[in-house]
Design a protein around this ligand. Structure first.
Ligand code: ADP
Length: 756
C-alpha cells in the first residue's frame, strides 16, 4: 500500500482542493434536502430542471439535494455523503476511485441523471450484459422520476430493439456491444439502417479494466467469404521442429524465434528458396510464424480448451472460457490445425476498432472503479483523465497480510491448500482468486481430497456467476474464482460470519500489476465488514520470473519452503514493479500501432458520412462517367443517386477491408523485419501511409468501373449480379491479445518485446 500513498501524494494538490470544495457542497445539500423533503414529486422534479441553465448545472447544492430526496423516494436508498461527492467528481469528468461495495451503481445512475438533465445523452458502460440489464432496471425509477428515459442494450437485442434503446437519455450497455454497433453502423448503406444515436458522455464502470486492461483489444466485425487457404502443410512442417535446435522461446514466453537451422529445415520441407524473400513476406512467413506460435507458446488447457471439436479461448485476465473471443484469424486457424480440428472459415475482417479508439468518439469520458489510483498514469497518458479518490463511507476493517513467499510452486500450492483447510474448519468463508482454469481445477481437486467441496467460477454465464459470488460470504463456503468473474456483484456476509472475522480472500499469486491484486482484495471487507486477505507467492511464479529477470535472489527456506523475510517480500514487490513498467511500455507501443489505423478509420468514416448524407456519389460519377450517366437519365434522380451511393460505399468499404487485411499481415510479419534491422514501428507507419494514400482514389476508380458496367434500373444498382454483393452474414468478436494475459497470446504480443 505504501506505493499508492506515495503515488497519491505526488498527485495530491489538485485532488485535495477538489475534495474541500465538493465536501462543502455536499454538506450544504444535506441541509437543503431536509427542506426539499416536504415537496411532492412533481415539485421536486421541477426543482431539478430549475438548476440547469444553458446545459450546465448552476446550483450544485440544490441539485444534489434533489437527487438525494428522489433516490430515497424511488429506489429506497438515501445516498451517503461519499456517494454525493462521487457524483460531483463524475460530473466534472473525473475517474473516481471508490472501493467495492460503496455503492457505485447508485452513483453512476445519479451522475447519468445529472448529465441527462443538462441535455447530454449518456452511455453507462458495464462489464457485461447481465449488469447492463440489472442496473438499468434497478435505477429506472430514479431516472423516470425526472421524466428521463433509460434503457439497456444487451447482446440478444434485435436491430430494431437496439435502435429504440439507443434513443433513451441514459443507455446501459456492455462496452463491447456499443463497439460492435459502431462497427455494424459503419457498414450501413442508409441512415435508416443505423442503430446508434450520438451520445455525449461515456460513463465507464470498472474503468480501469475497460480503459487500461482491455483498451487495446480490437473489436472485430467479420463477414463471410468462401475458400480460405489450407494451413495443413505448414502446420505439419512446423510440427517437426525441435525447441532449442530449430527455434528458441524467450524467457518470458512471449516470443518464439526460428533459428537459422529452423528456417532451413522449413525451407526444405516446404520447398521454398527462402522464407525471408520479399514475396514470402505476408504469406508463408506469416503463416509459419503463426504455426510456430501456436505450437510453442499456446498451451492446451492453459491458453485454450478443446471442446466439441472447437478451440475455446481461455481469457487469461478472467481465467475462464471467453465465449466471444478469438485470436487474430490466422492464429486461430493455426491452433485449430495444430489440434487436428477442421480449420474454421475465419471470414474476412470488414472493420475493427479498439476500446481506446471507441472512447475517443465521446466528447466526454468519465468512470468509476475501486482501483483507479493504481492506474493514474495510464488514465492521464492515454485519456487525459484525472482520478478523484472518494473516502469510504465506513472505515476499512480488512486486514491484508504480508505476502507468504515460497521457494517453489509445489510448496506454495501445498501451503494454500493447508491454509484453506484450516480456515474452512472454523466455518469462515474463503474466496480464492486463481489465474487460470487449469489452476482452478487443480486446486478444486486438491481440496476434494481433503473432503472440501467448493464452488468454481470459470463460468460461461454472468448471471449464474453473479448468483454464486453473491453467496461467497456464507458460512462454510469455499469459492474458487478467477480474476474478473462476478465483478460488480455484492458479497454479503452470512449470519455469524462477521464474528468469525468475515470473508477471507486468498490470492494464489501476485498479478502482473498490483491493481489486479487490489481488485481481488477488494472483494473482502466491503462497507466496513471485517475481512482478511492472504497472498501466496513462489519464486517460480510468472511475475517473479518475468520481473526478476536479471536480479539474483536467494534465501534459505524453512522445511515447508516458506521464505519468511522482508527481503523476499521486497523482492516480489520489485518484480511486480518491473512487470508493471513492462505493461505500460507495451500499452504505449501497441497504441502507436493502433492510433494510425484509428485515425485512418476516422477519415474513412468522414468520407462515408458524406456519401450517405449527400448526392456527392452521383456528382462524382457523373463527372468521371458522363456518358453512362446520360444513358441512365431516364431514371428517377433519387434512384440514380442511391445507386451511385451504393456503388461508392461498396468500393470504399471493400478497399478499407483490404487495407485492414494488408496491415494485419504487415503487423504479423513486421517483427521479422526487425531482424533485417528495420525499426518496426517506422516500417509499419511507412507501409500504412503508403497503402492508405491511394485508397480513396482506388475506391473511386473501381466505383467508376462498376457504374459503367453494372445493371442499373428503377430498382437500383444490381451489385450482386456483378459479383459485388456485401457479405451475406456478418459476426462480431473480440480479439484476445490482451498484453496482461501473459505468455503466448496472439500476434500483437509477438512483436511487442522488440520495442523494449
Ligand atoms: P459497488 O458497485 O460500488 O461495488 P453496489 O452499487 O453494488 O456497489 O452497491 C453495494 C450495495 O450497497 C448494494 O447492495 C446497494 O443496495 C447498497 N447501497 C448502495 N448505496 C446505498 C445507500 N446509500 N444506502 C444503503 N445501501 C446502499
Amino acid at each position: 500500500m505504501g506505493a499508492f500513498n506515495w503515488f497519491w501524494k505526488a498527485m495530491g494538490a489538485q485532488s485535495e482542493r477538489n475534495d474541500a470544495s465538493s465536501k462543502k457542497i455536499v454538506a450544504g445539500s444535506e441541509e437543503r434536502a431536509v427542506e426539499l423533503a416536504a415537496l411532492d414529486d412533481a415539485a421536486l422534479a421541477a426543482r431539478a430542471r430549475g438548476v440547469v441553465r444553458d446545459g450546465r448545472i448552476i446550483d450544485k447544492v440544490e441539485f444534489l439535494a434533489v437527487l438525494s430526496v428522489a433516490s430515497a423516494r424511488t429506489v429506497g436508498l438515501s445516498p451517503f455523503n461519499s456517494q454525493l461527492q462521487a457524483v460531483l467528481r463524475l460530473l466534472e469528468g473525473d475517474v473516481i476511485h471508490m472501493a467495492t461495495g460503496e455503492g457505485k451503481t447508485l452513483v453512476g445512475a445519479m451522475s447519468a441523471t445529472g448529465f441527462a438533465l443538462t441535455g447530454q445523452r449518456v452511455h453507462v458502460m458495464t462489464v457485461n450484459n447481465y449488469l447492463a440489464a440489472r442496473d438499468a432496471e434497478w435505477m429506472r425509477p430514479l431516472v423516470s422520476f425526472f421524466g428521463l428515459s433509460v434503457a439497456a442494450v444487451t447482446e440478444k437485442l434485435s436491430a430494431e430493439e437496439r435502435r429504440r434503446a439507443y434513443g433513451a437519455d441514459i443507455v446501459y450497455a456492455p462496452v463491447a456491444e456499443i463497439g460492435f454497433d459502431v462497427l455494424r453502423d459503419g457498414q450501413a448503406t442508409s441512415r435508416a439502417d443505423e442503430v446508434l444515436s450520438p451520445a455525449e458522455v461515456a460513463l465507464v464502470d470498472e474503468a480501469d479494466s475497460v480503459l487500461v486492461d482491455e483498451a487495446l483489444v480490437p473489436l472485430v466485425l467479420a463477414g463471410s467469404v468462401k475458400g480460405q487457404q489450407s494451413t495443413g502443410e505448414i502446420t505439419a512442417a512446423v510440427a517437426q521442429l525441435e525447441e532449442g535446435r530449430h527455434y528458441r522461446i524467450d524467457s518470458d514466453r512471449r516470443n518464439v524465434f526460428l533459428t537459422d537451422a529452423g528456417a532451413h529445415a522449413l525451407e526444405r520441407a516446404l520447398g521454398v528458396d527462402s522464407l525471408y524473400g520479399d514475396e514470402a513476406l505476408g504469406n508463408i512467413l506469416v503463416r509459419v510464424n503463426l504455426a510456430l506460435h501456436a505450437k510453442a507458446l499456446l498451451i492446451r488447457d492453459v491458453h485454450y480448451l478443446v471442446a466439441d471439436g472447437k478451440v475455446a479461448l481461455i481469457d487469461a485476465s478472467r481465467g475462464r472460457v471467453a465465449d466471444l473471443q478469438r485470436w487474430p484469424d490466422g492464429l486461430h486457424a493455426a491452433v485449430e490445425a495444430k489440434e487436428g480440428l477442421s480449420v474454421s472459415d475465419g471470414g474476412r475482417i470488414l472493420d475493427q476498432i479498439t476500446l481506446q479508439a471507441l472512447m475517443g468518439r465521446y466528447p466526454s469520458v468519465c468512470g468509476m472503479t475501486g482501483t483507479a489510483v493504481e492506474a493514474v498514469d495510464q488514465l492521464r497518458e492515454f485519456y487525459d483523465l484525472r482520478v478523484s479518490v472518494i473516502d469510504r463511507h465506513k472505515p476499512l476493517q480488512r486486514v491484508d497480510e504480508p505476502d507468504r513467499v515460497y521457494a517453489t510452486a509445489g510448496e506454495k500450492n501445498a501451503a494454500i491448500v493447508h491454509a484453506i483447510v484450516e480456515i474452512h474448519a472454523t466455518g469462515q468463508p474463503v474466496l480464492i482468486g486463481t489465474h487460470d482454469v487449469a489452476e482452478s481445477e487443480l486446486l478444486t481437486d486438491a481440496l476434494a481430497d481433503h473432503g472440501i467441496a467448493c464452488q468454481v467460477l470459470n463460468a460461461k454465464n454472468d448471471e449464474e456467476e453473479a448468483g454464486i459470488i453473491a453467496r461467497a460470504g456464507e458460512r462454510g463456503r469455499v469459492t474458487v474464482s478467477t480474476q474478473m468473474a462476478g465483478r460488480g456483484t455484492d458479497i454479503r456476509l452470512g449470519e455469524g460470519v462477521a464474528e468469525l472475522g468475515g470473508l477471507v480472500v486468498i490470492a494464489t499469486s501476485r498479478h502482473r500489476s498490483s491493481r489486479l491484486d487490489n481488485q481481488l482484495r477488494g472483494r473482502a471487507g466491503r462497507q466496513g465488514d471485517p475481512g482478511r486477505t492472504l497472498t501466496f507467492v513462489s519464486l517460480d511464479d510468472d511475475v517473479v520470473r518475468t520481473g526478476g529477470g536479471d536480479t539474483a535472489f536467494s534465501a534459505v527456506p524453512d522445511e515447508h519452503g516458506l521464505i519468511d523475510s522482508a527481503k523476499a517480500r521486497e523482492f516480489v514487490e520489485h518484480c511486480q514493479r518491473v512487470t508493471e513498467g513492462q505493461l505500460l511500455t507495451i500499452h504505449a507501443q501497441t497504441w502507436k500501432y493502433n492510433k494510425l489505423l484509428a485515425d485512418q478509420r476516422e477519415i474513412i468514416g468522414t468520407r462515408r458520412d458524406n456519401l450517405l448524407d449527400t448526392d456527392r456519389a452521383l456528382a462524382e460519377l457523373r463527372e468521371r462517367a458522363g456518358q453512362r450517366a446520360q444513358k441512365l437519365a431516364h431514371l428517377d434522380e433519387h434512384v440514380l443517386a442511391d445507386a451511385a451511393r451504393q456503388i461508392m460505399l461498396f468500393h470504399l468499404d471493400d478497399e478499407w477491408a483490404e487495407h485492414l487485411a494488408i496491415m494485419d499481415d504487415v503487423r504479423e510479419s513486421i517483427h521479422l523485419r526487425a531482424i533485417a534491422k528495420e525499426t518496426p514501428i517506422d516500417e509499419f507507419h511507412r507501409i500504412a501511409i503508403r497503402e492508405f494514400k491511394d485508397l480513396a482514389q482506388r475506391a473511386v476508380d473501381r466505383a467508376v468501373e462498376t457504374f459503367q458496367t453494372v445493371d442499373i434500373d428503377a430498382e437500383g444498382a444490381h451489385l450482386g449480379d456483378g459479383g459485388l454483393a456485401r457479405p451475406s452474414a456478418t459476426w462480431t468478436y473480440m480479439v484476445s491479445d490482451n498484453p496482461l494475459a501473459g505468455g503466448g497470446n496472439g500476434a500483437l504480443s509477438t512483436m511487442e518485446s522488440f520495442f523494449s
